[in-house]
Structure formats: C-alpha cells, structure tokens
Design a protein around this ligand. Structure first.
Ligand code: NAD
Length: 296
C-alpha cells in the first residue's frame, strides 16, 4: 500500500481521498477549507497543516484543484512546495486544466527528478463517491503503469491517452460534448413540458429512443425526474456552472490552437456564460435547464 498526499478536497477530491483510505493507503490531506479537511479526516485520513507538509514523505501527491492557475501556483510558484516532494515520487494532477499548463508543471517537476502525469476524470461526484471514475491519463508508459494501481482505488476505467497533456485534451473533448448534450437535453425537455408533457414520461420515451444520452439517463436536468441528482436538490453540489464555463473556455482555446471547427461548443460556451452572469455560477451545470424556463 502506498503513502499519498492529497490536495484539494472539494466536491470531487473529498470522496476520492476517502476511497484511497478505504483502499488501504496511508493518506495525508490538505485543503484551504478546514471543513473539507475535517470530513476526510473523519473517514481515516490524517490532516496536514500546510501544502508543504502534505507533500513531504509520500510516494504519490494527488491534486484535485479548480483550474490551471491553482495547479501552477502550487507546484511552480509557491515558494518551496515542490522541493518538499521526494525525488522519484510522482505527482498525479486530476484537475481539469489546459494541456499547456500540464506540460509546464510536468517539465518543472521533471527538472527536480519528480515524475508527473495529468489524470483528469470523468464521472462526476457520484463517480467520485462510488469509486467508479474514468481516469484519462497523459504521461510516459512507465509513469502510467506506476499510477494505475493508485487510480484503481478511485476509478473503474483507466485510459492512457498519450504523453503529458493528452489526458487534458481528451477530457476537454468529452466535456465540450457533455455541455452540448446537457444543453440539448434541457431544451428538448422544456419544449415537451411547455406542450403539457410529463417530464418523467418524456424522459422514459427519449431513453428508449434515439435521443438517449448520459445527461438524460443519469443526470436528468429536470427536477424530480431522478432522485439524488443535483436538479432534485435545488441544483446544489455536483459540477459547478463556473467549472463548466472554464472547461468550455479550455475547449475553445484548444479548438483555436488546432484550427478545429466547434460551432456547437461555442454556442454551449455562450449559454453557460449567460447562466453564470445571471448569478448561477455556484449551481450545478444541469441548472442550464432553468435558462430555457425563463423564456415564457
Ligand atoms: P471544488 O471547487 O468543489 O473543489 C476544489 C477544492 O480545492 C476546494 O475544496 C478548494 O478549497 C481547494 N483548493 C483550491 N485551491 C487550493 C490550494 N491552493 N490548496 C489547497 N486546496 C485548494 O471543485 P471540484 O468540483 O471538486 O472540481 C475539482 C476539479 O475537478 C476541477 O478542475 C473540475 O473541473 C474537475 N472535475 C469536476 C467534476 C465535478 O463533477 N465536480 C467532474 C470532473 C472533473
């Protein structure tokens, strides 16, 4: 079993760290929010007082932070944090960030004899809680092989996408598609409701028809169609609108770099920007459903 330092215990990182404890690893944790630390410590992790403490004397450091600037700040800018990581140890960054930042962090750590993989995830909070996440890993074959047994404590499907940064590219393709599906599912359900259909009945019909998709089946944006999803809990928890807005920004940057045509992604980005500007930034991303409700 491994010694692990885990940084970033939010909606995703908290339950991921708990699953590593359950898998028998020795897990030390750190977050800027004391309550988030307390929840994971109650499940058997130990608390570190600082970022430098959490990375000291461990074989693996896992970060699950909001955006590239937080990851770069932690491993590159913050005076002294990386120098507390043992030579030969591995940093696994599971945050969703841009591929260029992942490469920059990887190069910086490599210059200090520290291994690095980017390993963003798919599967949402339910996947993090259930230990069923999909990990999309970028890094060398050897680093992938070393990271895999650790990732298996938190996920079910572990993919090797390519070199450092490739995990982030694959993840951003997936999330652009997710935003498009969530938006399309929301507008279709709202149109049905405005014609007097019961959203549960309409969802059942579309689930057995060609409109079937992950958002409709497992993350339905209409309240009370499914239990225990954010839409049935006032859009609390889950994956925040502002994080999806960030991911769509990353997708548009990636599209520009590769001269790719992404008109649907651009439209989804536009709609999520409107939702965020309306004050919904901290709500779950399925609350895009409410944007179409406003059009009475
Ligand atoms: P979150 O905002 O709930 O959690 C982020 C945590 O990081 C917070 O607890 C915050 O206090 C902590 N943090 C920020 N800066 C820190 C620092 N310098 N040191 C220590 N802790 C710090 O976000 P989340 O939903 O858990 O998402 C984390 C990452 O996972 C994001 O990149 C997101 O895009 C990605 N992601 C989220 C989901 C989801 O469904 N929520 C799904 C897939 C991927």
């Amino acid at each position: 079993m491994a010694t692990i330092g885990f940084i970033g215990l939010g909606n995703m990182g908290g339950p991921m760290a708990v699953n590593l404890v359950k898998a028998g690893h020795s897990v030390k944790v750190f977050d800027l929010v004391a309550d988030n630390v307390a929840k994971v410590v109650a499940e058997g992790a130990s608390a570190a007082a600082t970022a430098a403490d959490v990375v000291t004397d461990v074989e693996f450091v896992i970060s699950m932070l909001p955006a590239g600037k937080h990851v770069k700040s932690l491993f590159i800018s913050q005076e002294g944090v990386a120098k507390h990581i043992a030579k030969g140890a591995m940093v696994i960054d599971s945050s969703t960030i841009d591929a260029a930042s992942a490469k920059e962090v990887g190069e910086h750590l490599s210059s200090m004899d520290i291994k690095f993989v980017d390993a963003p995830v798919s599967g949402g909070v339910a996947g993090a809680q259930g230990g069923t996440l999909t990990f999309i890993v970028g890094g060398s074959e050897a680093c992938f092989a070393a990271a895999k047994p650790i990732l298996e404590g938190m996920g079910k499907n572990i993919f090797h996408a390519g070199d450092i940064g490739a995990g982030q590219v694959a993840k951003i393709c997936n999330n652009m598609l997710l935003a498009i599906l969530m938006t399309g599912t929301s507008e279709a359900l709202q149109m049905g409701i405005k014609h007097g259909l019961d959203p549960k009945v309409l969802s059942d019909i579309m689930l057995q028809s060609s409109g079937r998709n992950w958002t409709l089946e497992l993350y339905n944006p209409c309240p009370d169609v499914l239990p225990n999803v954010p839409s049935s809990k006032n859009y609390e928890g889950g994956f925040m609108v502002d994080l999806m807005k960030k991911d769509l920004g990353l997708a548009m940057e990636a599209a520009n770099q590769s001269q790719s045509m992404t008109p649907m992604g651009a439209l989804a980005q536009n709609l999520y920007q409107i939702l965020s500007a309306q004050g919904q930034g901290n709500k779950d991303f399925s609350s895009i459903f409410q944007l179409f409700e406003q059009n009475k």
